[in-house]
Design a protein around this ligand. Structure first.
Ligand SMILES: Nc1ncnc2c1ncn2[C@@H]1O[C@H](COP(=O)(O)OP(=O)(O)O)[C@@H](O)[C@H]1O
Ligand SMILES: [Mg+2]
Length: 218
């Protein structure tokens, strides 16, 4: 499903240039669930951004479902991103919208019309029905994160990219939310790439790779 081939990426920091990704390769099969670990600053978020088409490599190729990301117009990239669900460490919920509207926002933007299914297959398993009409500032951190996860899944993406999604929660809450999240992606048959600091969370997924010196290692 995902093929990252010999990707190089440089960043300018002050007057020097640093190579963040160095001939980086990655293959993820459809339906596979992968954890990526690595030190802070190793380039984990950058790698997810490249797969999401939010940033572009200096050289090398990225393919998702056989389609190459390079050379696409912004409109084509937007179309591509409809297949992807993104979960960031910051929940980025819209404060003036209820839980229901936060979750269904992208579903509606994508002109999908199956709110019942979102409730039954995503919101209810994540325990969101009792919170459905509340606003984000009425929720705990763990509850907000469950809303952010539901929102990322609500437009029925085939690929989920999650960037340290438990980073802001206490360990127990984080692990509970992750267990639910992992279970849900398995049920929905989605491919998952999750950046995490937690080896306990990584152990719940099928494979773990470590990003070190610009490349992924077992
Ligand atoms: N917008 C940016 N401009 C310049 N350097 C950046 C930018 N974003 C990240 N970096 C640098 O790129 C490197 C990789 O960052 P990142 O992918 O966020 O690492 P990680 O997610 O593994 O902590 C770091 O050295 C970081 O400081
Ligand atoms: Mg990061």
């Amino acid at each position: 499903m995902i093929k990252v081939h010999q990707v190089n990426l440089y960043r300018t920091q002050g007057r020097s240039q640093r190579q963040i990704l160095d001939h980086c390769d990655l293959e993820v099969a459809s339906g596979e669930r992968l954890a990526i670990m690595g030190e802070s600053g190793a380039g984990k978020s950058t790698l997810l951004h490249l797969i999401a088409g939010l940033e572009h490599p200096d050289s090398g190729h990225i393919q998702v479902d056989g389609d190459t990301l390079e050379g696409r117009t912004p409109a084509q990239l937007c179309q591509y991103r409809k297949r992807i669900g993104l979960v960031f460490q910051q929940f980025n919920l819209l404060p003036t919208l209820t839980v229901a509207d936060n979750v269904l926002f992208q579903h509606r933007l994508n002109a999908l019309n199956n709110e019942r299914a979102v409730k039954d297959t995503i919101a209810a398993p994540l325990g969101l029905m009792p919170l459905w009409d509340l606003y984000p500032d009425q929720l705990s951190g763990g509850e907000q994160q469950r809303v952010a996860i539901a929102r990322a899944l609500a437009h029925q993406p085939t690929l989920i990219l999650a960037d340290e999604p438990t980073g802001n929660l206490d360990e127990q809450t984080g692990d509970e939310v992750m267990a639910l999240f992992a279970q849900l992606t398995r049920q929905l048959g989605q491919t998952l790439v999750m950046v995490t600091h937690s080896s306990r969370v990584a152990a719940t997924l099928e494979r773990t790779l470590h990003l070190r010196q610009g490349r992924l290692h077992d």
